[in-house]
Design a protein around this ligand. Structure first.
Ligand SMILES: Nc1ncnc2c1ncn2[C@@H]1O[C@H](COP(=O)(O)OP(=O)(O)O)[C@@H](O)[C@H]1O
Ligand SMILES: O=C(O)C1=C[C@@H](OP(=O)(O)O)[C@@H](O)[C@H](O)C1
Ligand SMILES: [Mg+2]
Length: 199
């Protein structure tokens, strides 16, 4: 936990906690948007448990995401992802960072809409590409032209991510600054409907 993330704006964290009202906060968006790292920081600020669905899938399956894709294919991975997310949503409130394809799956999207507040970390292609090209553990990007693949995924998926409750632009600013932008967006929901609140 960085000092800045915890001490920068306690009032903001408190406002965001109140606006969430016991609901889960679910990060969605494309690979490289920062769901995993920013989600963790936001959870720390909110003092709400954090979980990354890919990490949870790897824990329960005792396989890496790449191994799961290779051994069982994407369809089986999505089925497992749906079950894991459904279970995590029930046990909240949590901050949940999903993998990039989770919200695209109709079943999973329905569960997320029912079980939490969704926030889309939206980023431009160059920002995403600069980040994901540093690592090679993402099976969907093991193509001849991974930047083109990423761009194709943007075209397919951005209209669907746009169904999220909140949208926050992901830029190359400090991570604690990004986390505070998410907290501001959440805090800004205050007064809006809190239907779907977990009891
Ligand atoms: N605001 C940011 N500034 C710089 N690098 C970032 C920022 N947000 C995320 N990153 C980096 O981008 C990479 C992808 O982040 P990650 O959280 O794994 O994305 P996702 O889970 O959405 O695929 C990581 O190396 C992370 O440290
Ligand atoms: O976009 C996708 O379909 C995927 C994104 C990955 O998660 P991140 O978005 O955290 O990289 C991971 O779930 C898997 O490789 C599939
Ligand atoms: Mg991630």
């Amino acid at each position: 936990m960085t000092e800045a993330a915890t001490s920068a704006a306690p009032a903001l964290s408190e406002k965001a906690r109140i606006a969430l009202g016991g609901r889960n906060l679910v990060f969605v968006g494309l690979m490289g948007a920062g769901k995993s790292v920013i989600g963790r920081l936001v959870a720390q600020s909110l003092s709400i448990p954090f979980i990354d669905t890919d990490a949870e899938i790897e824990r329960v399956s005792r396989m890496t995401i790449a191994e799961l894709f290779a051994a069982y294919g994407e369809a089986e991975f999505r089925a497992l992802e749906t079950r894991v997310i459904e279970r995590l949503l029930r046990g909240g409130p949590r901050v949940i960072s999903t993998g990039g394809g989770a919200f695209i799956n109709e079943n999973t999207r329905r569960q997320i809409k029912l079980g939490g507040v969704s926030v889309w970390l939206k980023a431009d292609l160059d920002v995403l590409w600069e980040r994901v090209s540093k690592r090679d553990h993402r099976p969907l990007l093991k193509t001849e032209n991974p930047k083109q693949t990423l761009e194709n995924l943007m075209k397919q998926r951005y209209p669907i991510y746009a169904e999220a409750d909140l949208i926050v632009q992901s830029e190359n600013v400090r991570k604690d600054v990004m986390a505070n932008q998410v907290l501001s967006a959440v805090a800004g929901m205050a007064g809006r409907s809190s239907e779907g609140e977990l009891q």
